[in-house]
Design a protein around this ligand. Structure first.
Ligand code: NAG
Length: 288
């Protein structure tokens, strides 16, 4: 009797545990649509894992079902391993139309053992040209790493494993549009860009290594969801990650030190220092 009692207790708590976990775990079926590349985009492990692949015929992609207006969005990615030269894995937020806003992560592949480039950009009102590029301090093909975007009315922060690599501040006071009215969807795609991606297009995709595959897991959006013209900001008050911190998030002293570390040792291009490119003067958001 006592045994049966304990067993049912155990089963009960296991049940509760697993339903709690299901509620908080990413479910790609629920949050994303596979939008191109047919069977090359796949969701598996009960919605916990997503993969995109690229072969000679086509790449593939997915997009979020929801649109967001401000939030913190986290995703773990494991990039194409081995010889990934010529491939680009894009992971970004974007609104629609000719004056769209966009916040980009793009991972440019490389020959085995040579470093990926993480390319970032911010478009506002259809205008980009705000590239910053980085090497990573780890091999992004060996394990999953977390790539995050914090987007609030004051700033956009790009983070890698919670280390800020880039900040784009609201510079409306200096006449620079800031993304704040157009809801954005999350998009990702894996495609062939061997005309420019690797060493500026010198290294071509080796199709004998196809298919090329990238993996995604642990998606989390702590964000305001846009629907039918209005925005609702869920704060997940029932779990331990209760976090509306993103709404006013800024870089504290520690984060600022980390950002400087990344920019000093890993940044390989910064439009804000490219005076040759902007002979009339650097863009206003670059001035301090
Ligand atoms: C690929 O490796 C070369 C040599 O280390 C490097 O110059 C280049 O920046 C790397 N990344 C890309 C995407 O070309």
């Amino acid at each position: 009797m006592a045994f049966a009692h304990r067993l049912s207790d155990l089963l009960m708590s296991a049940l509760i545990m697993s339903s709690l976990m299901a509620a908080y775990a990413a479910n790609f079926y629920q949050d994303f649509d596979l939008t191109w590349g047919d069977h090359r985009a796949k969701i598996f492990n009960g919605g916990q894992l997503l993969s995109l692949s690229l072969d000679k015929t086509s790449g593939s992609g997915f997009q979020s079902k929801k649109e967001y207006l401000f939030g913190r969005i986290d995703m773990q990615l494991k990039l194409v391993a081995g010889n990934s030269a010529g491939t680009v894995t894009a992971y970004y937020l974007s609104s629609q139309g000719p004056t769209h806003d966009e916040i980009d992560f793009e991972f440019l592949g490389n020959l085995s053992g040579d470093p990926y480039i993480l390319h970032t950009n911010v478009f506002t009102q259809g205008k980009g040209n705000r590239e910053q590029q980085f090497y990573l301090w780890f091999d992004p093909t060996r394990n999953f790493h977390t790539y995050s975007i914090v987007w609030n009315p004051q700033r956009i922060i790009f983070l890698v494993d919670n280390i800020p690599i880039r900040e784009f501040n609201n510079a409306e006071a200096r006449g620079v549009p800031f993304p704040k009215n157009q809801p954005m969807r999350i998009y990702s795609s894996l495609w062939n860009a061997d005309d420019w991606a690797t060493r500026g297009g010198l290294v071509k995709t080796d199709w004998t290594k196809a298919p090329f595959t990238a993996y995604y897991r642990n998606f989390n959006a702590n964000a305001c969801v846009w629907s039918a013209g209005s925005s609702s900001c869920s704060s997940k008050s029932t779990n331990s990650f209760t976090d509306s911190a993103w709404q006013t998030q800024e870089l504290d002293a520690t984060s600022r030190r980390r950002l400087r570390w990344v920019q000093k040792y890993y940044m390989i291009y910064n439009y804000c220092t490219d005076v040759k490119r902007f002979p009339q003067g650097l863009p206003p958001e670059c001035r301090r």
